[in-house]
Design a protein around this ligand. Structure first.
Ligand code: ZN
Length: 317
């Protein structure tokens, strides 16, 4: 019998991008998220790692990007995370349809699993969408970038995986991670955690036909799932070991502690702790005000700063 879930929902989704400034502009000015962290990829410190979230960096509201000015645009296929749906409060879809149109973002409406969706892509082709959810009491909307806080994006609602065998990947989600298999619609099946609310949904699409492509700008690199603390993360690691899945050792990412592993079908998952949180190295009011580096890369600050494209006009003076 499958174990009950230890993971409690999405923590963040991380994607590759091309232009750092274009990425920042889209997620803040167009989507209205708060820019909460200006740092570098710990594993490749000459590349930015930019974080966007609600007003206070609530786990589950976080989208992060590795923009690299020389990245090639990705082709999408199977064996990857595809559309990431973001939850907006009930009654907000009309507002967003108008807003996206006014910003020149082409969006397509559809209905799946009884939910209306508005699908669109970011400037690099990362597949995004909006759905209405019961999120009024969830997170803290940001009002700094021109989106009405009443309609602000609150959190990641659903991630979609397209895999060569939904049967194999689905069995792993249930047996190793505690997901519950839910309803199917066409070639896709819903998998849920706990109450199946926003942030606790995964759609699995069976796609044995499409090609698998290398990652590039617009590819989702991984989805991270939340656990409350280090002890819960160890329990997930134990369960993965019992499922013969190798996870990395625990890595300190300053804002959370992480393990990484691949699920059948090639997709990378991370399990990240809720703490210490984004105020670990700068105050809440000053989040993303300057470049912060993890301690191991601080000695290279001058080289890193000289290499990275400025994000603000002021920095070019
Ligand atoms: Zn991550």
């Amino acid at each position: 019998m499958p174990d009950s879930p230890i993971i409690t929902g999405v923590h963040h989704v991380t994607a590759l991008a091309k232009s750092p400034r274009g990425n920042l502009d889209f997620y803040t000015r167009v989507l209205g998220l708060r820019f909460i962290k200006r740092t570098v990829n710990h594993d490749d410190p000459l590349t930015y790692h930019l974080y966007y979230a609600d007003a206070v960096g609530t786990p589950g509201s976080v989208l992060t990007h590795f923009p690299h000015p020389h990245a090639a645009r990705a082709k999408h296929g199977t064996g990857e995370i595809r559309r990431t749906l973001l939850a907006v409060p009930m009654g907000s879809m009309g507002y967003w349809a108008e807003r996206l149109e006014s910003q020149g973002v082409e969006a397509t409406a559809s209905t799946r699993f009884g939910q209306e969706r508005l699908a669109f892509d970011d400037p690099d082709g990362m597949e995004l969408g909006l759905v209405e959810g019961e999120v009024v009491d969830v997170g803290t909307p940001w009002d700094g970038d021109g989106v009405d806080p009443e309609h602000a994006i609150r959190m990641v609602d659903t991630v979609t995986l397209r895999v060569p065998s939904a049967e194999v990947t689905g069995a792993f989600l249930v047996d190793a991670l505690g997901f519950e298999a839910g309803e199917s619609e066409g070639d896709r099946q819903l998998f849920t955690l706990l109450d199946g609310g926003p942030g606790r949904r995964l759609e699995l699409i069976d796609d044995p036909e499409s090609e698998q492509h290398p990652m590039g700008a617009g590819t989702v690199h991984h989805v991270a799932w939340r656990v409350p603390d280090d002890a819960a993360q160890l329990r997930v690691a134990d369960r993965l070991a019992r499922a013969n899945t190798a996870a990395t050792p625990v890595i300190d990412r300053v804002y959370f502690h992480s393990i990484y592993f691949r699920v059948p079908g090639r997709v990378i998952f991370e399990v990240a702790t809720d703490g210490p949180g984004f105020t670990a190295d700068e105050p809440m009011e000053g989040l993303a005000g300057s470049l912060v580096l993890p301690p191991q890369h601080e000695p290279r600050r001058a080289e890193i700063e000289a290499h990275l494209e400025p994000l603000d006009d002021e920095q070019e003076d």
